[in-house]
Design a protein around this ligand. Structure first.
Ligand code: HMG
Ligand code: MG
Length: 297
């Protein structure tokens, strides 16, 4: 009972690079994003309009957005934490504004310096103003499957944050396994609870691959009707305000699995791998992707 097609949302240029010690030059970021948009990926999260003091790796957000070649049919998304970020994102002509917060109080405070309660009105304004400007929006809930500071997160908290974000008018909600601690049984339980309240096509799943079971978690999600997944080329990534977070599931490994299952994505594996080799070279260390290791033999 697998879907016939799946949407891969590439978050490498944002989640992948936000925690990298090496500053990838603006020119290289632009070249990489252009390779990604040439590979058949239809959704790319290209950067973050957060406080550059918090995320120096993406301090060139405006220049990156201005420098890339926009491919018709490709949606370019960026992370936006507040109105100041939205202003910059609108100037940069971003297509989709991604707001973000956590299901756990401590991670929310460490990551965006506010309580959950104080975050809601800020994000609501961002979503409303994005909508008035003709932009679509997406939301992220982090620490859905576990918090680096609080451990297990109550499903009720996830439901309540999700509900408030949907009420704001976000088009889609990405459920974040921020530190990669989810397991297939838990994914099933969390999705069962959420899918009683909201339709499956409103969700994306965002798995970090700390323990190598992101693909197992994806498989369970697929089986439960989820068809949108975030992934990061090479398996790059992590959140600097979530100790222990490793990279997202590697896009090329995920694509390999979908291709072998006959599930359509529209993405070209060779072009994707070549973009992965490019960024591996720039980052200057072997990336966690399995496909990349096989193909470089
Ligand atoms: P703050 O310091 O509390 O902000 O940061 P503030 O409103 O008090 O302002 C302080 C200073 O920041 C001021 O400058 C503002 O102008 C500036 P100063 O007067 O000191 O020179 N400022 C900004 N500058 C540029 N763009 C902005 C902006 N906002 C304020 N948008 C804030 C609050 C939310 C901005 C900060 O905490 C922040 O930037 N946090 C971002 C952290 C982050 O990016 N984390 C990683 C992404 S989330 C993630 O990875 C999880 C995810 O992948 C899903 C998952 O895996 O679970 C999405
Ligand atoms: Mg993430």
């Amino acid at each position: 009972n697998w879907p016939t097609s799946v949407t891969i949302k590439e978050v490498g240029p944002r989640d992948g690079l936000q925690n990298e010690k090496v500053f990838i030059s603006t020119e290289d970021k632009i070249a990489w994003i252009n390779q990604l948009s040439g590979s058949g990926l239809k959704n790319i999260e290209i950067t973050s309009f957060v406080n550059p003091k918090w995320i120096p790796a993406l301090s060139d957000a405006v220049a990156v957005a201005a420098g890339i070649t926009r491919v018709p049919g490709v949606t370019y998304t960026a992370l936006v934490p507040n109105r100041q970020g939205l202003e910059r994102a609108l100037e940069a002509n971003i297509d989709t504004v991604a707001v973000f917060m956590s299901a756990s109080e401590t991670h929310n405070r460490k990551n965006i310096n506010k309580s959950i309660e104080d975050t809601f009105p800020i994000l609501k304004k961002v979503v409303e103003e994005a909508q008035s400007a003709g932009k679509s929006s997406r939301g992220y809930v982090s620490t859905v499957f576990g918090c680096p500071y609080e451990g297990i997160v109550d499903i009720e908290k996830v439901i309540s944050v999700s509900e408030t974000l949907f009420e704001m008018g976000i088009g889609e909600l990405s459920l974040g396994d921020t530190i990669g601690v989810a397991n297939p049984k838990q994914v099933q339980e969390v999705l069962e609870a959420l899918l009683k309240r909201f339709p499956a096509n409103k969700f994306a799943l965002h798995f970090h691959d700390t323990h190598g079971i992101a693909l197992a978690n994806i498989l369970v999600s697929l089986d439960m009707g989820i068809t949108i997944f975030d992934a990061s080329l090479g398996g790059l990534g992590g959140c600097p305000y979530a100790p222990g977070a490793s990279g997202n599931v590697a896009t090329e490994d995920f694509l390999y699995m979908l291709n072998s299952m006959g599930i359509n994505t529209g993405v070209n594996q060779e072009k994707l791998l070549s973009a992965s080799r490019f960024i591996q070279d720039k980052v200057g260390r072997p990336l966690p992707s399995h496909s990349l290791q096989v193909c470089s033999l």
